[in-house]
Design a protein around this ligand. Structure first.
Ligand SMILES: Cc1cc2nc3c(=O)[nH]c(=O)nc-3n(C[C@H](O)[C@H](O)[C@H](O)COP(=O)(O)OP(=O)(O)OC[C@H]3O[C@@H](n4cnc5c(N)ncnc54)[C@H](O)[C@@H]3O)c2cc1C
Length: 316
């Protein structure tokens, strides 16, 4: 049986394993330094009170079809990764999904960090997000909307101190949409910080160190190394795309199709979704504007969460 090594048990790694095992038989090893999978896309739901923070955590010991290698990958060597224990894990295929490297201390990208930040937010009279980065860690907008919905008396604002020229067109529709939710979006810096205010400097994302030196083909996500793939936030960043979870799901699906077809039929056969940006730039821009200014509604996340818990994670 072919062995597939997956590095990183986040959104991309878990969805990849699910799609692969739906399509073919394979031995799947998951290298993940945490004992759990965290459904980070769902964190804003916990701010909004739709789930508890602990509901977003899934123990990896529950997996029956995937073997958890509880360690950090420190270096890539062909289709092997060296672990921090200095052992190596090798496979017929290597799928790297280590997420992105985050620069900053406002740790709302982990369930534990988010819960701590939520404790601070609950006590603050005003919560202000300050964005001064081209590629910020996603989710601050959804958190801002969730906090305002749950605590309508709080002042919640987003200060876009830096917006690149490419995204200037989003500013006015974003301001208008946020206003409907009671959240102020502005290009001005935040006012002087009063003692009962929380100012959150939104962290930045960069490709993970494991992805350094990797080139990838946008159509297949294969790197310059045969049967070594890169998916998730780092792959999106390397392709110049925003590091969002929907992009990770799309990439995980493509690579699962590629590997499954090669294992079962001997050749790569994929049918990626067509990007409407390639065929109709105007309608894509309208869609992008809508998506970016509304954020992902919590009710959509709740639906995705239920599918994730009942179908995706439990099948592994
Ligand atoms: C609060 C919040 C809300 C968000 N909301 C949305 C949303 O509504 N819609 C949307 O599309 N996107 C959203 N995003 C973005 C989305 O969550 C990310 O794009 C997505 O999680 C990226 O998936 P990933 O698997 O690449 O990385 P991650 O989910 O970060 O997973 C990476 C995994 O790799 C592991 N890892 C790291 N280093 C190593 C190593 N050396 N060896 C082995 N494993 C390693 C980590 O422990 C982790 O488990 C949100 C993000 C946040 C923080």
């Amino acid at each position: 049986m072919r062995r597939v090594v997956v590095v990183g048990g986040g959104i991309a790694g878990i969805y990849f394993a699910y799609r692969l095992l739906q399509a073919t038989e394979a031995e799947v090893l998951l290298v993940e330094p945490k004992p759990v999978h965290e459904f980070v896309i769902g964190i804003p739901m916990a701010y909004g009170g739709l789930v508890d923070f602990k509901d977003l955590i899934f123990p990896l010991t529950q997996m029956r079809r995937v073997k958890h290698v509880w360690d950090h990958a420190v270096a890539l060597d062909g289709r092997c990764v060296r672990l921090s224990s200095s052992q190596s894990v090798c496979g017929d295929y290597m799928v790297l999904a280590p997420g992105s490297y985050k620069l900053g201390t406002a740790e709302y990208w982990s369930v534990e960090g988010s819960e701590k930040l939520y404790g601070l937010m609950k006590r603050a009279k005003a919560v202000r997000f300050v964005v001064s980065e081209f590629t910020p860690v996603m989710g601050f907008q959804e958190i801002a909307y969730a906090v305002k919905t749950r605590f309508p008396d709080k002042e919640v604002s987003i200060h876009l101190v830096y917006v690149s020229d490419d995204y200037q067109f989003l500013l006015e529709p974003w301001k208008a949409k946020a206003k409907e939710a009671g959240v102020e979006v502005t290009g001005d810096p935040p006012p002087h910080k009063a003692v009962d205010e929380l100012h959150i400097s939104v962290p930045a994302v960069r490709p993970h160190p494991l992805a350094a030196g990797l080139d990838l083909r946008p159509e297949t996500l294969e790197t310059q190394y045969d049967r070594v793939y890169l998916i998730g936030d780092s792959a999106l960043l390397k392709l110049g795309l925003p590091p969002i979870g929907w992009g990770s799901l799309w990439q995980a699906s493509i690579v699962a199709q590629a590997i499954a077809s090669e294992i079962s039929r001997g050749y790569i056969d994929i049918s990626p979704d067509e990007w409407s940006s390639q065929t109709d730039a105007d309608s894509f821009k309208r869609w992008l504007t809508y998506r970016m200014v509304t954020g992902t509604p919590l009710v959509h996340l709740k639906g995705l969460y239920q599918i994730w818990a009942r179908n995706v994670v439990s099948s592994l």
